[in-house]
Write a protein that binds this ligand. Sequence first.
Ligand code: GRF
Length: 193
Amino acid sequence: MAIFASGAGSNAEKIMEHFENHPSVCVKLVVASKKNAGVLDRAARFGVETMILNKTIFFDTNIYVKELQNRHIDIVILAGFLWKVPANLVVAFQGRILNIHPALLPGYGGKGMYGHFVHEAVIAAGEKESGITIHLVDEVYDHGKHLYQATCSVEPTDSPDDLAKKIHELEHRHFAAVIENYIQENPVLFGAA
Ligand code: GRF
């Protein structure tokens, strides 16, 4: 598995923890879109190799797709990765890229809907409920098939920070297990895993 992340990497950490002693799945690589992303320290603590991408390499080349293939990566996990995945990666990993979104898609998705902006929008709209969506990635932002959703309440007094905490709890509780189920339920995509 390769995990792509742009920020603190708390989801990446939970996933690395979950698969640390797994018999058939391992996290081989953490790919960051910033050289100061907190996820890099977390990967180092787990002894996982890291790679830092810049926009030119990511959007205009195939270099990193080749790097993933050279390392026999079977599945790509987007865990708080902010760039829209280009077609060459989607084509190379058809049905094998999963993303987590901090809201109940199809609501509150698309360009600009990330991090606190999502929680602000959910609160501003007076929603009583928010949650997480784990979905397959295709070429349209926040669009691929949903694999799993979980919900939490939004109280009238909740700040975006309060909501972010509830959402993180849901993410940490469910993401790794959903990844594991997806791998196990799709042996054709993942060989003998
Ligand atoms: C998560 O809430 C994720 O859904 C969103 O960005 C956040 C990343 O958190 N897209 P972390 O870096 O895993 O702590």
